[in-house]
Design a protein around this ligand. Structure first.
Ligand SMILES: Nc1ncnc2c1ncn2[C@@H]1O[C@H](COP(=O)(O)OP(=O)(O)OP(=O)(O)O)[C@@H](O)[C@H]1O
Ligand SMILES: [Mg+2]
Length: 1010
């Protein structure tokens, strides 16, 4: 905060002076300068004293300290006004401008660079590429403009010899999107002539001292400024500028900005042409004038891409249109040729400078701007324009520059002093009027039509015939004799500081300036023979051609006189003032502490003079009497209503003014405000700051509140939608379920009467919710269907059906052929058709066994080939009853060879093939291995399935135990007398019947090939 600075540094704001006197003002200014405090406020105006030494107050840390802070929170600084201007632009979408004024060498250009640096540093936090590139070009443009527009003068080693106003455009985000540079009155006379000890524009020395040998050779130059007439004067002067490194910096800046290689080359070609032109001499033989040494002509024609003949002709002749429309060529006198050459050199440079500015503008202009998309395009303008100049010899340029300063002072008076006082009056605020000097009278002296100096000059220029500067001075003396701010030797003969017929004096608001009228008319006419324009327009170099568009007019067409230099300048300054007047202004008033660039010397008289003419005292007085801030009641309320319970969210009072009063009273600064008719006036910024702080603290709470309400509303909306969705989904699901039922009902309505009981009816695909239900109903239907089928079977078939079902389950589809399609007759040994020769004998044995062993049912019987205990295979009869399994010897009337109770059997193994091998596993690990043989019934029928089905059905239904069945793909494993054996099946061609053969680890069942 400003108060953070101790009192030993003086007052940080001149408004705080105990008494507003010049003594106190100067004392404070000097004290601060000596203590290294170069900035001091007058309210929002920054007074800056050139320190003439590097100050450690411009780094990143300082920028961070000022970013987003209020003016009075930190010690006075350029950054603070920059931030204020930026905030005004961002917060209130106001266009703002920063006007930097002060005399030559007071630090305006440096200040403008710090301001740009600050704005660049605080914008584009998201580092967007296009914004970064705009900033880069804006910053780099300074380097280029300074090279071509600045020069060393006796007052300033880097004096801006042109006025600059730069607009920076911002988007709604507050990031720079582009800009525009206006340049004002380049001091082009410097190209051909400099005062003693001064230099030409930096660009020439940079080229001559920094350009590479190759470059210079290609331009026909040598690296010595003393060789060239135009740079000779400044060649030896010591300067703080390092031309060589500057040249490098300028070249790289040109590239960064986007100048092409050809364009950069053209720029330096033009500079070279100017230098060569300067050295050109003419000689006269009494009749005609000639150029001395034609080499330069060739070089210039080469550099400007024109014909050598045209160059020399243009330098020596001018085309004149006679009254009759005829065109004749008129030779120059030696003097005219020199004048033409210099005018050409000046014009070349001026147009080059103008072209560089417009080229930079074309790069930084805001492109693709759409107000709907990008919001309001706001602008911060920075004006760095020549300060008031009083030299020993003041000419036309000083006259223009000082007029410009008068205009800017007018603007200052208009904006800061008059408007301020006018507003207090309008708003009915008690107010003590402050007297200040209104310089309108001087502005009128210069610019008034008919009577003003510019008018008189223009009139003299228009007059046909020889009107000299002295004649013009006479005319001014006559017309302005009564003017209190104009005088000359003729009007004040006693004043010996002026010469007769040469000088006139204007009493400027900043002091008296004596101008020498010599050269005024020429400079005002700014004459350049048309032939030069045509020469350049016809150049094959497109850059040059572009600089001289007016060269396309033929001599007979050029009738209208161009506007004079003074009028052009006046118009551009009037336009500038209009531009500034519609923006919110911020002022930086620069003061030069001494003439010798010393960091320690404070020249009291010089400084007092500047303080006086800059009107700083009046500024302090108005400021002290006035109010720092004002805002219409409605706007004030809108911004701060959340800081008071009576006004948030809306007040119920009779008027906004009362509501504002409530806010003010609540915060206790009734004594710091005044109530106008439409606005509230706040005297000190501190009060507003307090409000701002409170507002800033409340905003997050309000944001949270609004977010809460809005999020609630959003959630409710979402909830209602979800409910609706679920309701719709519910209805739809119910409909799908019902539709499924209806469809099932429709399809299966007549299953009872259908021949296949609905086996072929296709089930509708169920909705997901009914998938389990669907599976159950399909199963139910199948069961019901099976029941219908089974119901129809005669009881005698039941045993076979059961056995087949058991086989189906036990073999689980792994054995392809298991005889399901034929009738299962079980007791094949007793079957006459199957065993016609042996059946009767078997029936007898079977009866005896039934009587003896009391079995009630034969489960299966058949012949088989069996491996005996000596590992030999023999034919046997196999009889399986519900009690025993018998092994019979068919050769001995079916004598029982072995009888095994059924419950020793623990499982069965069969193969997945078509062989008839069966392994009956026993609990004693002495398994029975056999291969069924078929009888007469059908030699190829499968009987393995039947054996498996009958046994498994018996075991599960009657014995209620599981009989596991293993279907083996390769070998069948079993045990014989406790030893594991592997039985494989092999096809053997020529084998008549299936038979076992011993193998290494068991047996092989050899089966016939077909
Ligand atoms: N803030 C500063 N810190 C350090 N040196 C400064 C500062 N301001 C100015 N100077 C010094 O003063 C010199 C002149 O300043 P500057 O070129 O800004 O003057 P000016 O007001 O633009 O003059 P002119 O009207 O001639 O262009 C600079 O070259 C620099 O050496
Ligand atoms: Mg400058």
């Amino acid at each position: 905060m400003a108060e953070l600075e101790g009192l030993e540094f003086g007052k940080s704001d001149f408004v705080l002076l105990d008494e507003v006197t010049m003594e106190q003002f100067m004392e404070n200014l000097k004290l601060r300068f000596e203590k290294g405090r170069i900035y001091t406020y007058i309210g929002e105006v920054v007074v800056s004293v050139n320190p003439y030494q590097q100050m450690d107050i411009y780094g990143k840390e300082t920028i961070d300290a000022y970013r987003g802070r209020e003016l009075y929170e930190n010690p006075p600084h350029l950054y603070a006004v920059s931030d204020a201007a930026y905030k005004a632009m961002k917060r209130r979408a106001k266009d703002t401008c920063i006007v930097i004024s002060g005399e030559s060498g007071a630090g305006k250009t440096e200040a403008s660079k710090y301001i740009m640096q600050y704005i660049a540093a605080i914008t584009n936090p998201s580092q967007r590429k296009e914004v970064e590139s705009v900033k880069n070009v804006l910053l780099k443009s300074n380097c280029v403009l300074e090279a071509f527009g600045n020069a060393k003068t006796n007052r300033n080693d880097n004096s801006s010899r042109f006025g600059k106003y730069m607009d920076i455009n911002f988007n709604f985000n507050g990031d720079p999107t582009g800009g525009h540079i206006n340049n004002y009155l380049l001091e082009k006379s410097r190209v051909v002539h400099q005062q003693e000890g001064e230099r030409n524009f930096h660009s020439f020395y940079q080229l001559l001292r920094g350009g590479s040998q190759d470059m210079l050779a290609s331009f026909h130059l040598v690296n010595d400024p003393a060789v060239y007439t135009y740079t000779k004067e400044g060649a030896a002067t010591a300067t703080s500028n390092n031309d060589r490194s500057s040249h490098k910096a300028v070249m790289s800046a040109l590239e960064v900005i986007g100048f092409t290689k050809e364009e950069i080359n053209s720029i330096y070609q033009i500079l070279a042409s100017i230098l060569l032109l300067g050295n050109m001499q003419f000689e006269s033989d009494g009749e005609s004038v000639q150029i001395q040494g034609l080499e330069a002509v060739n070089q210039i024609s080469e550099l400007t891409d024109t014909e050598p003949d045209s160059v020399s002709k243009t330098l020596l002749y001018r085309t004149v249109a006679t009254g009759g429309g005829e065109v004749i060529e008129k030779g120059h006198t030696e003097q005219e040729a020199c004048f033409g050459r210099d005018a050409f050199a000046k014009a070349l440079y001026e147009r080059l400078f103008g072209w560089i500015v417009s080229r930079i503008n074309s790069v930084i202009e805001v492109k693709d701007y759409n107000p709907v998309l990008h919001g309001k395009n706001t602008v911060i303008g920075v004006l760095d324009i020549y300060g008031f100049e009083i030299f020993d010899n003041n000419s036309f340029e000083q006259f223009c520059i000082n007029y410009c300063n008068e205009k800017l002072q007018q603007l200052f008076i208009e904006l800061i002093l008059r408007q301020e006082q006018g507003e207090y009056q309008r708003e009915g605020i008690t107010w003590q009027h402050i007297d200040y000097f209104n310089n309108q009278i001087i502005v009128d002296l210069v610019e008034q039509s008919h009577k003003g100096i510019i008018s008189i000059l223009d009139e003299a220029c228009l007059t046909v015939g020889k009107v000299t500067d002295t004649v013009c001075l006479d005319s001014m003396d006559t017309k302005l004799a009564q003017h209190p701010h104009y005088t000359s030797r003729k009007l004040s003969p006693a004043d010996k500081t002026m010469d007769f017929q040469k000088d006139f004096r204007i009493r400027h608001y900043a002091g008296d300036v004596t101008y020498s009228v010599e050269g005024f008319l020429d400079k005002n006419k700014d004459m350049l023979y048309q032939d030069f324009k045509r020469l350049m327009y016809n150049s094959a170099n497109p850059v040059l051609k572009e600089m001289w568009p007016d060269g396309h007019l033929s001599i007979t067409e050029v009738t209208k006189r161009p506007l004079t230099a003074a009028t052009l300048f006046k118009n551009s300054i009037v336009a500038l003032v209009d531009k500034l007047a519609c923006k919110e202004p911020y002022y930086v008033r620069c003061i030069k502490p001494n003439e010798v660039k010393s960091p320690v010397l404070f020249d009291d008289a010089r400084c007092e003079h500047q303080v006086a003419y800059l009107g700083l005292m009046e500024n302090v007085m108005v400021r002290r009497a006035g109010f720092a801030y004002r805002q219409p009641y409605a706007r004030f309320l809108q911004r701060y209503k959340m800081t008071c319970e009576y006004t948030w969210p809306n007040h119920l009072m009779a008027s906004d003014r009362e509501a504002v009063e409530a806010i003010v009273t609540q915060h206790g600064f009734q004594d710091d405000v005044a109530y106008g008719h439409t606005k509230l006036f706040v005297r000190t910024p501190r009060s507003l700051f307090t409000l701002e702080q409170e507002r800033a603290a409340l905003i997050p709470i309000l944001v949270l509140f609004l977010q809460k309400v809005w999020r609630g509303a959003l959630a409710r909306l979402r909830c209602r939608r979800m409910r609706a969705i679920y309701a719709i989904m519910g209805c739809y699901k119910r409909y799908k379920v019902k539709a499924h039922f209806w469809e099932v009902e429709r399809r299966f309505a007549n299953v009872r009467t259908m021949a296949d009981y609905g086996k072929t009816v296709e089930w509708p695909s169920p909705p997901a919710a009914l998938s389990q239900f669907h599976n159950i109903t399909v199963m139910l239907h199948r069961r019901w269907w099976a029941r219908q089928i089974v119901k129809k079977l005669p009881p005698s078939n039941m045993l076979e059906v059961r056995a087949k079902v058991a086989a189906l389950t036990a073999l689980s589809g792994e054995r392809k052929d298991w005889g399901v399609r034929r009738a299962w007759e079980r007791d094949y040994l007793a079957n006459v058709r199957d065993c016609p020769q042996t059946s009767s004998g078997f029936i007898r044995v079977s009866k005896e066994l039934r009587n003896k062993d009391e079995y009630s049912q034969v489960l299966f019987s058949s012949f088989c080939r069996k491996v005996n205990r000596f590992n030999k295979s023999t034919d046997r009869g196999l009889l399986i009853t519900d009690k025993y399994i018998y092994k019979l010897d068919p050769k001995k009337q079916n004598k029982v060879l072995k009888k095994l109770p059924l419950d020793v059997f623990t499982g069965l193994s069969v193969t997945s093939g078509v062989d008839q091998m069966v392994a009956l596993h026993t609990s004693s690990q002495d398994d029975v291995l056999l291969c069924l043989q078929r009888g007469e019934l059908c030699p190829n029928q499968d009987r393995v399935g039947e054996l498996v089905g009958s046994l498994v059905d018996h075991f599960t239904r009657i014995r209620k135990v599981q009989l596991p069945v293993k279907v083996c793909c390769s070998a069948v494993q079993l045990h014989m007398r406790g030893k594991p054996k592997n039985i494989t099946v092999e096809t053997k061609p020529g084998q008549a019947h299936a038979d076992f053969k011993k193998s290494r680890d068991g047996f092989v069942l050899l089966v016939p090939a077909n």
